[in-house]
Write a protein that binds this ligand. Structure first.
Ligand code: F3S
Length: 276
C-alpha cells in the first residue's frame, strides 16, 4: 500500500507555541498547571503531565506557581482571579483565537447582537462568549438562529469551524437583519488542513484522520473526508487501526488535526505501512 500525507496536516502554529511555552514554564521554579488540558490531545497532555505540567479544572486546584492559559483561551475573569491569587500567568492563547475574542468584544461594545458560529460547550467558544456581553448566541448551524429581525448583528466564528457552515449562517441572516457585520475568524491552519484533507480523501482508497477523539478540529477533518470518501477512519493511536479497513486498498491517505503532534501521526503512518 502506498501512504500519502495531506499537503497540510498536523500540529499548527498555535499548538506548537502553547507546547513551547509549557515546556519553558517547567524550567522555572514551582508548580506548573494548565487551566484545563493545554490542547485537545490526550497523549500530548499525558506527556506534559509526566514533564511537570498538571491539569487544573479550577483555580482552587492551583495552590501556587504558574498557570498556563491554554491555546483555546479563557474568560477574562479567570486571568483576573489568577493574578489576584498571585499566580504567575503565562498566556498560551493562540493569537488567532485572540483575534476572535477581540472581534466579539468590539462587536458588543459597538452595540451589535453577537452570533458566534461554533460549539457552545467548546472552551474556545466559552472564552469568546465571555467577551460578547449580554446580547449573544452560539449556533452550530443556520437552523439554530433565532429570528433577529431588524437587528444589528455581528458574526464571529470559532477558529476551527467549516467555511460552509459560516456561509449558510450568513445566507440565512442577510435577508433578516438590519445590518450585518462579519468577522471571519476561521484560521488559515484550519482552512488549509480542511482543503488538503478533502483533496486527498477524494484520491485515495482509504482515508485515516489522526488526532484526539475530543478534538473538534480533528473531528471536523474526519467529517469533511467522510463526505468525499466513506472509507474514512478517525484514530487517536496506531493501536486503533483495524487491518480490515485496508483490505484491497492500494493507496491510503493520512491527515491529522491541528492538535496532533508529529510523532503521533508518524506512528500511525508507520503502522499502516507495516500492514502492507
Ligand atoms: Fe490557533 Fe488555528 Fe491552531 S486558531 S491553535 S492556529 S488551529
Amino acid at each position: 500500500m502506498e501512504v500519502k500525507i495531506a499537503r497540510h496536516a498536523g500540529v499548527c502554529y498555535g499548538v506548537k507555541r502553547a507546547l513551547q511555552l509549557a515546556e519553558q514554564a517547567t524550567e522555572g521554579e514551582g508548580e506548573v498547571h494548565s487551566f484545563g488540558p493545554l490542547i485537545h490531545n490526550p497523549q500530548a497532555v499525558q506527556s506534559l503531565q509526566e514533564h511537570g505540567v498538571q491539569v487544573a479544572e479550577t483555580l482552587d486546584e492551583v495552590g501556587e506557581g504558574t498557570l498556563i492559559i491554554r491555546s483555546h483561551g479563557v474568560a477574562p475573569d479567570v486571568v483576573d482571579e489568577a493574578n489576584i491569587r498571585g499566580l504567575k500567568v503565562i498566556d498560551a492563547t493562540c493569537p488567532h483565537v485572540g483575534k476572535a475574542q477581540d472581534a466579539a468584544q468590539k462587536l458588543s461594545a459597538d452595540g451589535y447582537f453577537v452570533v458566534i458560529v461554533g460549539e457552545a460547550d467548546h472552551p474556545e467558544v466559552s472564552a469568546i462568549r465571555a467577551r460578547a456581553g449580554e446580547g449573544v448566541i452560539v449556533v452550530q448551524s443556520a437552523d439554530e438562529l433565532p429570528p433577529l429581525k431588524d437587528r444589528r448583528v455581528g458574526v464571529v466564528v470559532q477558529t476551527t469551524q467549516m467555511a460552509d457552515v459560516l456561509d449558510e449562517v450568513i445566507a440565512e441572516l442577510l435577508p433578516r437583519v438590519d445590518e450585518l457585520r462579519i468577522f471571519n475568524t476561521i484560521c488559515d491552519a484550519t482552512s488549509n488542513r480542511q482543503a488538503a484533507a478533502a483533496e486527498l480523501a477524494a484520491q485515495v482508497d482509504v482515508m485515516v484522520v489522526v488526532g484526539g477523539h475530543n478534538s473538534g478540529n480533528t473531528t471536523r477533518l474526519s467529517q469533511i473526508c467522510r463526505q468525499v470518501n466513506e472509507k474514512t477512519h478517525h484514530v487517536e493511536t496506531p493501536e486503533e487501526l483495524d487491518p480490515i479497513w485496508f483490505n484491497g486498498a492500494k493507496v491510503v491517505g493520512v491527515t491529522a488535526g491541528a492538535s496532533t503532534p508529529s510523532a503521533q501521526m508518524a506512528g500511525v503512518v508507520e503502522r499502516i505501512e507495516k500492514m502492507s
